[in-house]
Design a protein around this ligand. Structure first.
Ligand code: ADP
Ligand code: MP5
Ligand code: MG
Length: 550
């Protein structure tokens, strides 16, 4: 690795910050003076009189605005936010831009760029400056002056000249000042193929070998590290970026994602590098994380459609895909789905010679309103595949799917939620991992557990065993009385579970407890020859009006 001391001060995990704040004294190194950053600090900690305060890692993006919000300042804000880093902004140009290209550029006067720079840099503790579109020579000049006046710990330069759409964002007249002033101050410069070619006087760059020699020539201009991006290599090739730290060349090679949604990849990559450096990462790690991040975001967003042009933006927060998949689902959890709650059991299905998916399909045909996959004794890979297949079937019928216990499997297959027991992952932690919109159910036997489930952000309670059952070993039966006690103590909707079937489901419903929304059933559906017929029978029983009611 190169000479920058950021390489010799390994990053520490964030939990370290939290645990050791009281023990850390004066960990911040002095800010760099004129030439970029040799002193990337390992910890974002500073001393304020007696008290320790932790600075949130901070990137300042100096870039242009993209009205379509796929690239530029908007991409930088999203990338930093998703990497957990604060991002302030200095806007150098306002572009009229969409997925078809750039329709217009309005350059901000350099005096006003200087004013924005001063506002941010004189007040806030910026760790890393990341530059994007710098549309005039004078803007580059004021930026370089500001960096000398207010040194920061790292400078990431994305020498934006040509957008992914092929539009010119800074003309060739910018090249001299880039070469003479900006690049020599940079800790890393991240040109794409066209920009690298322009920096090298029009040199043709077509292969990875070309890229490997180009990074050395660009390094000679003065930046400490060079990352030459290969997004624009022929589509038949992998997405190869070449990194050079002054000593070693690294080819960072990832499979090319087949997608039109690559608008803003360059801005995002540079912002993500800046964000990782702001957290204290060494340069190569920052670059690797950034590349992986862009790859993952592209993969998640490969099928989204925003705009009618050829180059769409991608989703920095990796969420649009799951929203699109789950679009049948109501935004708020609807407790009425607990009505006929089918819980699978791999042992039972094996005994009857059917697959999980066949069992689930039959339960849905019979009228199940929600499905929980409770697979205690199969391998994770097999569980995940079965879960994906069940999700497809259930979603076709608008039926939500929950995963028992395995939050990892729920995340991996983008299930609708999880059901956790008292000895599984705490509901509060599951909520943190799954986010606000997923369904979380908790098994409760006591009013105290029910109260805790509410505090932890659960959506419903599974209460039982109401009747004796063989499905779960050492499971205390709480009876109808126990069910009543829990229900009266809780505001949450409840599904009754444990030994419930066609013969006794009505006694549960006839308790007439307003929060009992339905019954959850394992053996009565799946330990039978015909799952479809049993589910239908149960549905009929549940739908019967209580005696004496019209
Ligand atoms: N289709 C793709 N699949 C995977 N990675 C890609 C794809 N297109 C671009 N990238 C990656 O996105 C980043 C930005 O690259 P590039 O598009 O070359 O820069 P720019 O957006 O500045 O033109 C690079 O890490 C590149 O390898
Ligand atoms: C305002 C602005 N800045 C930068 C880019 C480069 O975009 P890309 O990351 O796709 O190369 C852009 N299209 N618009
Ligand atoms: Mg690109």
């Amino acid at each position: 690795m190169g000479t920058s001391c950021c390489h010799s001060s390994p990053a520490l995990p964030h939990s370290f910050f939290a645990l050791n704040l009281k023990n850390c004294l004066s960990l911040s190194s002095p800010k760099a003076s004129t030439r970029g950053v040799h002193q990337i600090r390992a910890l974002n900690v500073k001393v304020m009189q007696e008290d320790m305060v932790m600075n949130i890692p901070h990137v300042l993006s100096v870039a242009g605005s993209d009205s379509g919000a796929g690239a530029g300042i908007q991409a930088d804000l999203k990338a930093c936010a998703s990497r957990g880093v604060y991002c302030s902004t200095v806007i150098t140009a306002v572009t009229a831009q969409n997925t078809a290209g750039v329709q217009g550029v309005h350059t901000v006067p350099e005096e006003f760029v200087a004013k924005q720079l001063k506002s941010v840099l004189s007040d806030m503790d910026v760790d890393v400056v990341k530059t994007g579109m710098l549309p005039s020579i004078n803007i580059v000049k004021v930026l370089c002056q500001s960096l000398k006046q207010f040194p920061v710990r790292a400078l990431v330069v994305d020498p934006v000249m040509v957008s992914t759409s092929g539009d010119v964002l800074a003309g060739p007249s910018i090249l001299d000042i880039f070469r003479e002033q900006l690049l020599p101050m940079a800790d890393i410069v991240t040109p794409n193929l066209k920009e690298a070619s322009a920096l090298l006087g029009g040199l043709q760059l077509k292969t990875v070998d070309d890229m490997c020699s180009a990074v050395k020539s660009i390094h000679d201009i003065g930046p400490r590290n060079v990352l030459l991006k290969g997004g624009d290599l022929p589509a038949s090739l992998d997405a190869v970026d070449v990194f050079f730290d002054g000593e070693n060349i690294f080819e960072l090679c990832f499979p090319r994602i087949k997608t039109q949604n690559t608008h803003g990849t360059g801005c995002t990559l540079a912002s993500c590098i800046a964000a990782e450096l702001a957290k204290g990462s060494p340069m190569l790690s920052a670059v690797k994380v950034a590349k992986r991040y862009v790859q993952t975001a592209l993969d998640y967003s490969k099928d989204i459609v925003i705009g009618n042009g050829i180059q769409g933006p991608f989703d920095h927060l990796f969420k649009l895909k799951s929203i699109a998949l789950n679009s049948f689902r109501q935004w708020a959890f609807d407790p009425s789905v607990l009505f006929l709650y089918a819980v699978t059991d791999s042992g039972m299905n094996k005994r009857w010679g059917r697959s999980i998916t066949d069992a689930v399909e039959a339960a849905i045909q019979g009228g199940a309103t929600i499905v929980q996959l409770r697979e205690k004794d199969i391998e994770t890979g097999e569980f995940l595949e079965a879960a994906k297949a069940c999700l497809k079937i259930c979603h076709l019928h608008g039926v939500p799917v929950l995963i028992n216990d395995r939050v990892d499997v729920a995340l991996a297959c983008d299930a609708d939620g999880v059901h956790v027991g008292q000895s599984d992952m705490p509901a509060r932690m599951a909520r943190t991992l799954l986010g606000p919109e997923k369904i979380i159910g908790v098994s409760c036997k006591t009013p105290e557990q029910a109260r805790q489930a509410w505090i932890d952000g659960a959506d419903y309670i599974g209460c039982g065993g109401v009747y004796p059952t063989n499905t779960k070993a050492n499971n205390r039966t709480i009876g109808l009385e126990g069910l009543k006690t829990v229900c009266l103590a809780s505001k949450l909707p409840v599904v009754a579970i444990g030994g419930i079937g066609v013969s006794n489901a009505r006694s549960v419903m006839e308790l007439d407890l307003p929060n009992v929304k339905g019954v959850a059933v394992v053996s009565a559906l799946f330990n039978r020859e015909c799952v479809l017929a049993e589910t239908r029978k149960l549905r009929t029983v549940l739908r019967e009006k209580p005696a004496g009611r019209k």
